[in-house]
Write a protein that binds this ligand. Structure first.
Ligand code: PGA
Length: 247
């Protein structure tokens, strides 16, 4: 794994956009997994402002996760968040996106459909955020590193962190779809974005703690071609040690 340190969130967001555009320029008609959450917002803003954004026109996108058991037009869907922060500002056609239907009648088949799409397309590029409990997507602590795309119960910690998006814990749906860790591991290139001192403890565990299902993000150490792009606040434990391996 390569660790790249950014000065702050703005620098991280700029670098993430450059990384993604280079990765996409080097791949024909790429299939790209993208996350929701607060961390990638700056990346999406930077992409929208970049003249090379046309590169995105030939790509297919897969939304990393979605709540399950709410209506499609519910304002809390991650799909509507994703449309608002990524698809619309970048004028991406909805036919270029594979996402979960939060209201479908057969959630297991819906998860299997998205997994099939990912595996049949082949995943070229995967961008991820890191949960404070070590989750990737909604692969909560305890997730198997070989897990496929599925419906999960949200952990108490995810409900708490997601309540920041919707105002209160009661507003957070309890179940969600997530691409599985095994599915994500098929990606040719992965970028993990981590910002803020509140992520320092879990980033430390991700990079240097024991490989463990209790910290799902440790599975990234088994993926091919992973770049961890983190800002100084998130890496401050290493900065204090004066780790010269970080450029
Ligand atoms: P955040 O969420 O980007 O809003 O911090 C990341 C996550 O929980 O995966």
């Amino acid at each position: 794994m390569k660790v790249v340190v950014a000065e702050d969130y703005e620098d991280l967001s700029r670098r993430a956009a450059v990384w993604l555009l280079i990765a996409m320029a080097n791949t024909n008609n790429p299939t790209v997994i993208l996350p929701t959450g607060n961390t990638p917002l700056g990346l999406y803003r930077n992409l929208a402002a970049n003249p090379k954004r046309k590169l995105l026109e030939t790509a297919k996108f897969i939304q990393l996760d979605e709540y399950q058991g709410i209506a499609r037009n519910d304002s809390r869907t991650l799909g509507s968040w994703f449309r608002h922060v990524f698809m619309e500002p970048l004028s991406i056609d909805s036919t270029a996106l594979c996402s979960f239907d939060p209201s479908c009648h057969d959630p297991d088949e819906e998860a299997a459909r998205v997994d099939r799409f990912a595996m049949q397309s082949g995943i070229d590029i995967c961008v991820l955020g890191l949960g404070q409990n070590g989750h990737l997507g909604f692969n909560e602590p305890g997730s198997d590193f070989k897990s496929r795309t599925r419906v999960v119960e949200l952990s108490e910690e995810s409900i708490k962190s997601n309540s920041a998006y919707w105002g209160a814990k009661i507003q957070v749906p309890r179940r969600a779809f997530t691409l599985g860790l095994g599915t994500l591991s098929a990606s040719n290139q992965t970028l993990l974005l981590v910002s803020g001192a509140h992520k320092a403890r879990i980033l430390h565990a991700t990079l240097e703690g024991p490989l463990s299902h209790e910290v799902p993000a440790t599975c990234l150490r088994g993926f091919r071609d992973v770049t961890v792009l983190a800002d100084r606040s998130a890496l401050h434990y290493r900065m204090r040690l004066g780790d010269s391996a970080i450029p």
